[in-house]
Design a protein around this ligand. Sequence first.
Ligand SMILES: [Zn+2]
Length: 109
Amino acid sequence: MLLIRCPWCGARDHTEFTYGGAGALERPAAGAPLAAWSDFVYLRDNPRGRHVELWHHGTSCRRWIEVVRDTLTHEIVATAPAEARAASSPDRAAGPAFHARAPKDGGAP
Ligand SMILES: [Zn+2]
């Protein structure tokens, strides 16, 4: 069992959260070459050690958080609101990468 400290709700069991992918991805600029978009969508690092991840606290506050987790020990090293990272990067001012995904119903993103 992992305990993830939500910045709003406190320490909670990891089963209350949904993994949302790598947290350090940088979205390509509009008009970037197709290869850059392909890499953004399909290529992921598989780091050994500390890794920044996005998790969604769907059973409580329903907010996204960034989690620094050690992939060898599963230790949760740090957590922070995902909004803080998005606000600090002009390239991500519209939100973290997970907001950019197209909805499953095929509607406009
Ligand atoms: Zn929460």
